[in-house]
Design a protein around this ligand. Sequence first.
Ligand code: SF4
Length: 415
Amino acid sequence: MNISDSERIAGLLNSIGFIHSPSLEKSSLIIVNFCSVRQSAFDRAMNKLKNFSKEKIIITTGCVLEKDKKLVNTFADCFVPIDGISIMPAILKQYGFKIKKNEPKTSHYLKISPAYQSKIIAYIPIMTGCNNFCSYCVVPYTRNREISRPINNIVKEAKQLAENGIKEIWLLGQNVNSYKYKSYLFSDLLKKINDIKGDFWIRFMSSHPKDLSKDLIKTFSLCKKVAPYLNLPIQSGDNKILKKMNRPYTINHYKSLINNLRKEFKKNRKGLESILSLSTDVIVGFPTETKKQFDNTLNLFKELQYSNAYIACYSPRSQTAAFLLKDSVLNCDKKKRERKLTETVKQTALQFNNQFKDKIVDVLILEKIKDAYIGKTRHYQTIKIKTKKNISGKFVKAKVIKVFPFGIEGKLVEK
Ligand code: SF4
């Protein structure tokens, strides 16, 4: 989302005559787009901000908590909310910058045309904000409530990208499953994007289990351009902890969603496409989490066989409801739990990848590192392919020759 927001800021600045400078020294304006999802992300951005030359005009935007804005502004000229960046031209004028005449008159940042960074992958925000108030999360306080973008607007952007030869489209939002524009839901949007002509893949994130409807599961499995990969955050494998996290679903409900997803993929897709790659986000060491409650998470991971997981040790974020709870789990225990869960994910990820050994997979090549190309499969596995051919940014087929827990190695299959 942060990358996507930055592309919109760049698009706005380009439209009023600014160009991106690869050199910080030579640039006259610096925009810092903050992420506050974790304290460490915020601290990293602050450290950069402190080191910028005071001779530059520095504007900050993005996700910043109200209480941090004062600190941010000590080192910057001003803060502009991300959903209000269309006022940027007027602000830049005040700082003495010359603005090209065709100053955009858009009211919301989602209406601004982005300057895409990549010719291979495009990120399309379909909504912004969040109504969920998970007790550990600052996002609802930094990005406000959910706003869904008009469906025609999104489809138009996707069509344009497809015509320009983009290979992968990511539909983005804090909770894409609750997308709602007039009577259109996320499943309607998926169908419309899937119907666009062209050879491209579709992915989406983030999803919330409470909004993953039966209809959406069916649509997901039937839309063949949508890659068979889903990140469905579980956050904890224990019902009591889920309640404290203000995540309104139970483990049984989550498991029934996974069963249904796997069943629909088996029914509606063929070959490797019928296998769903499932990853998750989880927090260990949430306040009051006992060893037994952590074991519930561990056992759930063994049962659900994730292909990957993003594991975070709980850290208190001020302004959130969980901040009022005692951060009761010792750091060393949090780390121990993180290591145990990582070990389990390593095993389940390896088992998942083993299913692909000697099979031929479709790959989108993203970059070249030394003598090997690195890409992603439809199942979002990272794959390394060695070849002398130039396959940068292309769709290729590869035979899987080696598998590891978090990656695979393939051999290019000539057409
Ligand atoms: S769904 Fe929960 S974790 Fe995700 S952005 Fe909203 S409040 Fe944060």
